[in-house]
Every structure is written in C-alpha cells, then in structure tokens.
Design a protein around this ligand. Sequence first.
Ligand SMILES: Nc1ncnc2c1ncn2[C@@H]1O[C@H](COP(=O)(O)OP(=O)(O)OP(=O)(O)O)[C@@H](O)[C@H]1O
Ligand SMILES: [Mg+2]
Length: 316
Amino acid sequence: MSIIQIKNLSKNFGRRTAVNDISFDIEAGSLFGFIGPNGAGKTTTIRVLTTLLKPSAGQVLVDGHSVVKQPREVRKVMGYMPDFFGVYNDMTVWEYLDFFCGCYEIEFNQRKSLISDLLELVDLSKRHDDYVDSLSRGMKQRLSLARSLVHDPKVLVLDEPASGLDPRARVEFRELLVELRRLNKTIFFSSHILSDIAEICNQVGIVEQGNLISVGHIDTLKRQLRETHHIRLRVMGDTVERAKSILATSQGVGEVEADPASDGDWDIIAEFSGDKPAVTTLLKQLVLADVPILSFAAETDSLEDVFMKLTEGGIL
Ligand SMILES: Nc1ncnc2c1ncn2[C@@H]1O[C@H](COP(=O)(O)OP(=O)(O)OP(=O)(O)O)[C@@H](O)[C@H]1O
Ligand SMILES: [Mg+2]
C-alpha cells in the first residue's frame, strides 16, 4: 500500500519553478531517500508534504489524507525534522521534549516514560538536564529526531538529517533510521550524499532542477551501476589509432578518449556498458588485432559517478 502519494506536484515561487510536475508513490514501511543537488527542490517538496507550503498544482496524500484539505490529519500521522534546528535558549533537553509533548497533547502522566524512552533511542539519556544550546550539532540532530517522534507518527519526514555530521555520526544516524524502520515507520529523508541513501534505503528518488529524474527501487539503480563501467588501457604509442578504431566499432563502447602517457605510450579511456563476458570479448578483439597492450582494466563507476551522470545527462 502506498502511504505517500504525490501526483503531478508543482510548486512555483513567482516565475521560478522549484518543483516541476513530479509524481511518485511510497510504500508503507519504506525507507525512501530523496536525493538531489542544492536547489533541486527537495526542501520545497518536503514542505508541501508536511503541510507547510501549498502546492501550485497537483495532489499529495499522506495516509490517504490530502495535505491541502486535511492538514491536521496529515500532521497527526507525520513527524517532521526540518533542515535547521532553531535557537532554544535556556531550555534543557528534557524541557524541550516536554514542550513538544505539550504541543501534541500527550497526557502528563505519560510524558516521563515517553521522554526517557526517546532519549534512550537517540542515545541522549545522559544529557537530559543539559541545555539544548550546549549540545553538539550531532546531538541536536538526534534530539530533533526524538522531537519528531513524540506523537508516535507512522511517517517520518526528515530534511537532510545527516548534514554537518562527521563520518562516524553519519553512520550512527543511518543505523538509527534503520532501527526506526524496524519499528514500522515509513521514512522519507533527503540528502545530497548518495552513499547515505544507497546503503540503507529501499526506494530512492533523484531530483534535479525541480524535475524527477529517476524514482524506484535502489536495486534498479545498483543494477545500472553494475552495467556502467570504463575500460582503461595503455597501449604502445604507434598503435593508438588502431586501438581507438577497434573500440569505436565494438558493442557497448561509448565515448573514447586518448591521452599521451609517458615514453610515448597512450592512455585510453572508453565508456563501456557491457557485462563481464563483453569485457573479455573486447580484450580478445584488441589482442587479435595485434594491439600491444601494456595494461587493461575494466572499472566500475562509483555510485557517485552514476549520480553525476544521471543528473548531468538525464540518462534515465
Ligand atoms: N520561499 C522561497 N521563495 C523563492 N524561491 C524559493 C523559496 N524556497 C525555495 N525557493 C527556490 O526553489 C528552488 C528549490 O529550492 P529547495 O530549497 O527546495 O532546494 P533543495 O533541493 O532543498 O536544496 P538544498 O540541497 O540546498 O537544501 C531553488 O531555486 C530556491 O531558490
Ligand atoms: Mg533543502
């Protein structure tokens, strides 16, 4: 079942289109990663989803409720962690969570155990009497996550929850999201760091300049990754043209670039989209054509390379 349904959503600010006719559904229980470079429209989409902005066109349903017509119903089932923390002078961690319990009308007698459970979940139990503003950035992010959970929402929407965290804290934050998914939450989170998403998400959406470039299961993206490589070889100088022409007529080979290397040899890099047997066939062809190969390697693109290609060239 789709717990979030986005249909033909657009949002304009004056003449600027921040989100351009995007549509996708998110299955209940998913960990959905929304990825795109700065200015892609992630926060705008999230603000519509969380009922903070009205769409210019289109429809968004959360757990069957329209974000425009039934915002209160949407807010009841949704926890939101914005991309900024805000300033909370003279407020302790405990008071901060108690304040949000009040906002969500949590009964007084339930608050103590709820707050201590939440602090334990985000590993801040020891800091519960510290001032919020004295916490480190990573701790504030975790506290903000705890805040978004006070009313036990089904859906969590997190805008760049891992931004500004050090590598270790990023890993810990990822583990926390996985833990929350195990607790049956549907999680929608944005990032511009692909590895944050690739490791833990089952569904991903890629946006650029307001357009949805790709959406679907992470396995599809990974499959594409496996099929995208470069062939890198070094040949002896006078045979570079022969090598290039063989490459140019071989199946699966895209753009071919040759650059002079040391001792008059040449380095050739060819885009290649074949599978493993195709790599060996290509090597065989070069050898049979008597190209003196000094080195040969088939390299798989990193997920970051794939992302750059997807967003630059609109491959999908
Ligand atoms: N309140 C606003 N008024 C005018 N333009 C806006 C407003 N909010 C966002 N925009 C524009 O909409 C576009 C998308 O912005 P958005 O904040 O959604 O991007 P983002 O993907 O969240 O980027 P980042 O990774 O930097 O957070 C940008 O061009 C931005 O300038
Ligand atoms: Mg943003």
